[in-house]
Design a protein around this ligand. Sequence first.
Ligand code: SAM
Ligand code: SF4
Length: 409
Amino acid sequence: MNVHDSDRIRRMIQDAGYAEVQRYEDADLVILNTCYVRENAVDRVKGHLGELNRLRREGRVKRVALTGCIGAAEESAALRQTYDIDLVLGTHNTYELAEFVGLPTMRETYTPDLPGTEGGHNAFVTIMTGCNYQCSYCIVPTVRGRMICRPMESVIGEVERLVAGGTGYVTLLGQTVDAWRHEGKRFCDLLEAVSESAPRVWFTTSHPSNMEDRTLRAIGERETIVKRLHLPVQSGSDRILKVMHRGYKAERYRRKIEVFREAAPEGTLSTDIIVGHPGETEEDHEQTLRLVEDCAFDSAYIFKFSPRRGTEAAGLPGTVPDAVVQRRFLEVLRQVEQNAFTRNQRKVGGMEEIYIRHGSTEDGKAIGETWSGHAVHVNTDAEPGDYVKARIESAGPHVLYAGEPDTSL
Ligand code: SAM
Ligand code: SF4
């Protein structure tokens, strides 16, 4: 979501006649588009603001704007007192940036109903903004507001324009995409319609409480949908899931995974897990490890709990000591990597059609994605957006390695 927002900001700045530069010292204007989900994101922004203030004193940077989720949080007032910032914007008033850079204000252009990055081989399309859940630990509903679903015609219209402009891969975006509803239509209807217009489709993020079996089956059945599911579970303990207000039990999650594995046996499954939520006991942690083993995730984002001011969890008793959090983090990571390694080994020897996401670097390796959603390193000078066919020669826990592409196919 932030990458997508940054793309839109970049486009706006370019419309105003600015060119993008790689180093702060070459910039007249610096816009920090920020994340507020965990404290380490804030620490990094403070580091950047410190450096920018120094450059500013030397006259090398003229103006600084802070946008995104930190801008929408109360903490931005404190940052403004400590650092020299010209403009602070939240997530809903990015259009004000237009005025700041000398463009007419275009409120309608920078609302959820806006065009995405056009022309790129790979484009994000926002289908909803905000979130109606209140997970104990999460700041997103505070900084992004309640859910607003974008009308189906608007999404389809954008997808069609993108595809006509050369986009080969569309990712539908939202905090809980499966909660999308509009005039009697549900997410699966939207996904199916998009999968008819776009040559390659993926979506993120799903919420287990909204995820319908119908959607899981569509992933398996529809040729243009990448068989990759990101379904955050957060914990394997029913007790902690309840404290988190996630709205499902571990058993329901397991059942969803069974449906997915049946619908797309070759597909990939990833998740988000938080370790060290207040009150998490050794027994809760064991249950998370058990769930990780049962679901055999292909990858997982594992986060150490980070208290966010204003969320319920920040005020809960039962803080888990850092050393315990670190141990649990490593245990979950090890379990995920073991499973992923075993599953990836099964791909070795197979021929795969690979979509090139990033062109080759100095070592001649491009990064691509199979239809099953596996990341692959492949020796090719094919351009992003191209497809190549190659045999998988080896595999690690995070990525597959393909041989030379077969050009006879
Ligand atoms: N809407 C998505 C969902 O519910 O699955 C995810 C949104 S959040 C931006 C991405 C991930 O960050 C979450 O799934 C959660 O694992 C993690 N996260 C959010 N708040 C956190 C916190 N306070 N501490 C640690 N991890 C957190
Ligand atoms: Fe945050 Fe929960 Fe909403 Fe995801 S569903 S954005 S974790 S409140």
